[in-house]
Design a protein around this ligand. Structure first.
Ligand code: MG
Length: 253
């Protein structure tokens, strides 16, 4: 039986029990929207912060951002705190400062807003970025009114996914208890793994992440990914055929 059939037959993972209410929880960057067009501005924001706190020039600051990102799983906040004594709150505020971003450059499929509006449960954005960034990005693209609420790290005591503290703070803040089936969409396998430990239904959105699934997956991955889709619309439309493309560089690596 395919994963999809398995999911449809037993959507809440508990055969024979009453269906729970559904809540839909979306990661923001490269899950809800394809935000890759904003990454250069985030990188420059991070470099500006380094230049404020050190004597680095722009080129050195940009190189340092790249190094810290590579060494810290795609985040600078912990590395900046450790190496340069910059408070993580300032890092989050500065890196995601939308003032320097072209927020209309993000991408989402046609009809996506209507789809989100039509869902049969509350919709939450749950992001490791800042809430002001998420709010402004959603508002600029006409989505703020179709979501129930938006949680950035600053509303979750600066706990970030995949820490258990983050998931607990989110559940507590939203009131999503076990009367809900929480359907969680993410592009990060690590975050999905921890969500699955908490009993959430997990959907890997891989279309904006350039095949990293194929480079890194092993069979154990399938125990914590309930569905894998290219984009969110694919999850809700049984007629959409998966449209995986694996970048050539990843094949036979
Ligand atoms: Mg993401």
């Amino acid at each position: 039986m395919s994963l999809k059939e398995n999911f449809d037959k037993d959507p809440d993972g508990k055969d024979g029990q009453t269906l729970r209410k559904r809540a839909y929880v979306f990661d923001l960057d490269c899950t809800f929207f394809d935000t890759r067009p904003l990454y250069p501005a985030m990188r420059e924001n991070a470099a500006r912060l380094l230049m404020k706190h050190t004597t680095m020039n722009a080129a050195d600051a940009l190189d340092t951002v790249d190094r810290v990102l590579a060494e810290n799983n795609g985040y600078v906040r912990e590395g900046f705190a450790r190496e340069f004594g910059i408070h993580p709150h300032e890092t989050v505020d500065t890196v995601y400062d939308p003032a320097y971003m072209e927020l209309t450059s993000v991408k989402f499929p046609p009809g996506f807003r209507d789809l989100i509006k039509s869902l049969d449960g509350p919709v939450y954005i749950y992001t490791n970025a800042s809430t002001p960034y998420a709010d402004k990005l959603l508002a600029t693209n006409g989505f703020l009114s179709v979501v129930e609420d938006v949680y950035g790290v600053d509303r979750l005591n600066y706990h970030r996914k995949p820490s258990d503290g983050s998931f607990r703070a989110f559940e507590e803040a939203t009131g999503l208890d076990d009367t809900y089936e929480i359907v969680f969409f993410e592009d990060s396998l690590e975050n999905l793994y921890h969500a699955k430990q908490r009993g959430w239904t997990t959907v890997l959105v891989n279309g904006y992440s350039q095949g990293n699934m194929h480079a890194n997956a092993d069979m154990a991955t399938w125990d914590y990914v309930d569905r894998m889709v290219c984009d969110i619309a694919e999850f809700f439309d049984p007629d959409i055929k998966p449209k995986w493309t694996i970048p050539h560089d990843y094949i036979y690596r």
